[in-house]
Design a protein around this ligand. Structure first.
Ligand code: NAD
Length: 420
């Protein structure tokens, strides 16, 4: 029996390994490869915040800009105890490829603070956010690097960042962040955009693979912004959501979960557990349920060598960033389970962030129907472009998406040349 090598769970090593596969296939020269493998800029900040009880607590945060060859860098800010520099580097690199897959004029960045925001009062959260925004203010800006929400950050956090940055400049600069509340220049449709994009991509993947979409049994890990909206829109499109989870546990109903009831339950109780009409199950077991489509929508490193052999889904759609390790990806490839990669599947968020930024710069505001129609067009066009490469090169969706995006970024890097 072949002994498997210990698995790499460092997200940046996973991200670089994924890039290397595409770079090999594209026969990228050593110079370009060296440039694209590394983040352009990394900022680490340690800063004090006054807590409500009068004490002072130190926090550590990061902002990493991976690449700006195609335009300003773009990427979310995450508040989580697991945030590390390597995680932020990986997420920044994935943002570069994601923006290139959907062909929007941005490079990739990401930020994070090591914190469990649930431990903070609202006042502490605001002060921590404003101080972190101040610490990274010299590297962000509407023309240079534009943050957005990610895990445990939301429109309110974006409004504080926008206000802090604007105060430093003496006038309002809404285009410095996206995912803002509508009242301060947010875009219609942004809250739903990532989940809507996941649903559209799932539908297109089913059609491309000849799998039934209506009535498909779907399991979703994570019931935050991305997971819950994906669940709701897939439910509206006729899929049957049979399993859902959040950090507290998982719920299951083979005949289908009422997603609107789940949303109402979450609002009232802050968690899915106890949802009527469902059976509680272990969060790890949820991933291994028999189903047609599995959608990891929580964190990275969820589908690994340890569970990939037991996954029973016929299609995996990565709503989260980096949920599948390299080893698990190989197992799925061998087992013939297609994986629609994160950089394509969850690109709806950054696409509507791009719309929000463009509206802010022009002082315009588009109707939700216009935003959704443009999003649909870009997601379908991008899926088709990746699917065409997949068929032409006889590769999987991930490599197809990487070949498309890495070649676009490499072309931009090549024509710009090296300064000076
Ligand atoms: P969120 O904070 O709104 O929700 C995260 C959800 O995951 C919560 O329901 C949480 O309880 C759950 N969760 C955390 N750990 C879990 C675990 N071990 N098992 C099961 N559930 C767990 O975050 P989000 O914005 O929905 O982001 C989710 C993923 O999607 C992340 O990988 C993020 O990078 C990615 N993403 C987000 C956006 C966006 O627009 N928000 C865009 C692209 C990608």
């Amino acid at each position: 029996m072949a002994i498997k090598e210990p698995e790499v769970l460092n997200p940046f090593e996973v991200a670089v390994a994924q890039f290397d596969v595409a770079a090999d296939r594209l026969k990228l020269g050593q110079d370009l490869r060296a440039i694209l493998r590394m983040p352009k800029r990394e900022v680490s900040v340690n800063f004090p915040v006054k807590m409500d009880d009068g004490s002072v607590r130190m926090f550590t945060g990061y902002r990493v800009q991976h690449n700006v060859h195609r335009g300003p860098s773009k990427g979310g800010i995450r508040y989580d105890l697991h945030v590390s520099l390597d995680e932020v580097r990986a997420l920044a690199m994935w943002m570069t490829w994601k923006c290139a897959v959907v062909n929007i004029p941005f490079g990739g960045a990401k930020g994070g603070v090591i914190v469990d925001p649930h431990d903070l009062t609202i006042g502490e959260l605001e002060r921590m956010t404003r101080r972190y925004a101040t610490e990274i203010a010299s590297v962000i800006g509407p023309e240079s690097d534009i943050p957005a929400p990610d895990v445990n950050t939301n429109p309110q956090v974006m409004a504080w960042i926008m206000d802090t940055y604007s105060m430093h400049h003496g006038y309002s600069i809404p285009a410095v962040v996206t995912g803002k509340p509508l009242a301060v220049g947010g875009s219609e449709g942004r809250m739903e955009a990532t989940g809507r994009g996941v649903a559209i991509t799932t539908r297109e993947a089913c059609h491309a693979l000849g799998m039934p979409f209506e009535g498909a049994r779907v399991v979703i890990q994570g019931f935050g912004n991305v997971g819950s909206i994906s669940a709701r829109i897939l439910h509206e499109m006729g899929c049957k959501i049979i399993g859902l989870s959040d950090i507290f546990g998982a719920v299951y109903n083979e005949s289908g979960i009422d997603v609107n009831l789940a949303l109402a339950h979450l609002k009232d109780h802050g968690r899915l557990s106890g949802l009527s009409g469902t059976t509680p199950i272990d969060g790890n077991d949820l991933l291994e349920l028999p189903c047609d489509i599995l959608i990891p929508a929580a964190l990275e490193g969820q589908l690994t060598q340890a569970n990939a052999d037991r996954i029973q889904a016929k299609l995996i759609v990565e709503a989260a960033n980096g949920p599948t390790t390299t080893e698990a990806d190989e197992i799925f490839h061998e087992r013939g389970i297609p994986v629609v990669p994160d950089i394509l599947a969850n690109a709806g968020g950054v696409t509507v962030s791009y719309f929000e930024w463009a509206q802010n710069l022009q002082h315009l505001s588009w109707a939700e129907s216009e935003v959704n129609a443009r999003l649909e067009q870009i997601m379908v066009r991008s899926f088709n472009a990746v699917n065409d490469i997949r068929k032409e090169k006889a590769c999987d969706f991930r490599l197809g998406a990487y070949l498309l995006s890495v070649s676009r970024v490499a072309e931009a890097a090549k024509v710009r040349g090296i300064y000076p």
